[in-house]
Design a protein around this ligand. Structure first.
Ligand code: BG6
Length: 441
């Protein structure tokens, strides 16, 4: 019989995530040769499957099916694995409701899994600072921090990983990346879809817990953190935590779309926010006078995530005597149509002084013909290699919750019409992000 050396165990493997994302991602990793035949994939959970039935459950290549096994429940799992190999690495993916995280970790330790194992968990990591801290304390009583991989799937997006490369692998932007040159930083994360079938979860969470606490604060950290000492995961995380600790919420405006209270699973008197605007300050030497604006939410006119870095206006001299030249802007297009656009002023040909705005435009799909790998492929592969770079530390989640503490339960939303952006109450001159949407081929 073949003996394996590493194992990926999906706990809760009969669920939707395993079928839609995890097993297809593992299939793709096998096909690409990233994980070789040394690694087996075990589904575990309460559902009574045989290995044969488990294999039939997925639409994956016949060769990959040979690596799939199923074991019901956690008790007996150690022996089940021992009979199939000698494992130097076992990775458990918790495809489970967060309430089940601690007792599942406890069960794994009771079953005899130790330093050879890691666990991968998904958000929400708590619902506020106290609950996140309690969850982290419980998990770290069973596994050390280096064995815990907390997923923020935004970090697996190529355009997000490229933010650090843009900042630290290019010399020309480095001197201007501070309050002296940058007038504001603006993050806009919009979704057309409503809350779909997730009413029960969303109504307890709201958009600040769902998107801002994790994905959008991660984006902001990458844009504003100091250069790390090295690219090692711990050094990068240390800088993210430092900048998070310098942030302060200055203003907050919650909104709720009309009809939200009639959605499935939503309290008919709900005051949960489905859209939010925030103004933050970053109280360190680099950013002290540059405001940060974040807006994000559901049921608006388009799906698009972009970050804008707007520079100070030119002085009113030379070509800008009338003060009509707009400031330079750098737009990071996170999705869809990933890319970076830099707005610059140019002379209109045939005129003496007429200035127009043009774009320097970098599009992923024009430059790199290969599609970016799906997020779970990258994350599973990294967890298997023990690389923490694209995962979130306990300190990052706790500090993000701490930052939002005062606004989390301030629930007095203004109503907006679905399919439209709520009228901004933040008094900010938002960048016209839509104008950058169609610039790729
Ligand atoms: C999830 C949120 O974490 O991210 C969802 O729970 C949101 O509400 C989703 O829709 C957005 O992810 P993406 O990759 O589609 O931008």
């Amino acid at each position: 019989m073949k003996l394996y050396r590493c194992a990926i165990v999906i706990i809760g493997a009969s669920g939707d995530l395993a079928k839609r994302k995890l097993i297809p991602a593992l299939d793709a990793l096998y096909k690409s040769g990233k994980i070789n035949g040394d690694c087996l994939v075990v589904g575990a959970g309460r559902t009574p499957f045989s290995t044969e039935k488990f294999r039939e459950h997925f639409d994956v290549s016949p060769e990959f099916k040979e690596y799939l096994f199923y074991h019901q429940y956690i008790p007996g799992l150690k022996e089940f694995l021992r009979s199939r190999g000698d494992f130097s690495r076992v990775v458990f993916f918790f495809s489970l409701p967060p309430l089940a995280y601690s007792h599942t970790a406890r069960e794994l330790v009771a079953e005899g899994f130790g330093s050879e194992s890691s666990i991968i968990i998904e958000k929400p990591f708590g619902c506020d600072f106290e609950s996140a801290r309690a969850l982290n304390a419980e998990l770290t009583s069973y596994f050390s921090e280096s064995q815990i991989f907390r997923i923020d799937h935004y970090l697996a997006k190529e355009a997000v990983q490229n933010i650090m490369v843009f900042r630290f692998a290019n010399q020309i932007f480095s001197p201007v990346w501070n309050s002296r040159y940058v007038e504001s930083i603006q993050i806009s994360a919009l979704e057309r879809s409503r809350i779909d079938q997730r009413g029960q979860y969303f109504d307890r969470a709201g958009i600040v817990r769902d998107m801002v606490q994790n994905h959008l604060l991660q984006l902001l950290c990458l844009i504003t953190m100091e250069p790390p000492v090295s690219l090692a995961a711990d050094d990068v995380k240390q800088q993210k935590v430092s900048v998070l600790r310098s942030m302060k919420i200055e203003e907050y405006r919650p909104y709720q779309y009309e009809g939200y209270r009639n959605e499935n699973g939503v309290d008919p008197a709900s005051r949960t926010e489905t859209f939010a605007e925030l103004k933050l300050s970053i109280n360190n030497r680099r950013w002290a006078t540059t405001p940060v604006y974040i807006r994000c939410g559901k049921a608006v006119h388009r799906t698009s995530t972009k970050i804008g870095v707007r520079f100070h206006p030119l002085p009113q001299i030379l070509f800008n005597r009338n003060g009509t030249i707009p400031p330079n802007q750098i737009i990071f297009k996170i999705q869809p149509a990933e890319g970076i656009v830099i707005d610059i002023s140019s002379k209109v040909p045939g005129t003496d002084e007429q200035i127009t705005q043009s774009h320097m435009n970098f599009c992923y799909r024009d430059t790199f013909k290969n599609a970016s790998p799906e997020a779970y492929q990258r994350l599973l592969y990294d967890a298997l290699r023990g690389d923490h770079t694209l995962f979130v530390s306990a300190a990052e989640t706790e500090n993000a919750w701490l930052l939002l503490r005062e606004i989390l339960d301030r629930r007095d939303p203004q109503v907006y019409t679905p399919g439209k952006l709520p009228e901004s109450k933040l008094g900010v001159n938002w960048i016209d992000f839509d104008k950058y949407s169609g610039l790729c081929s």
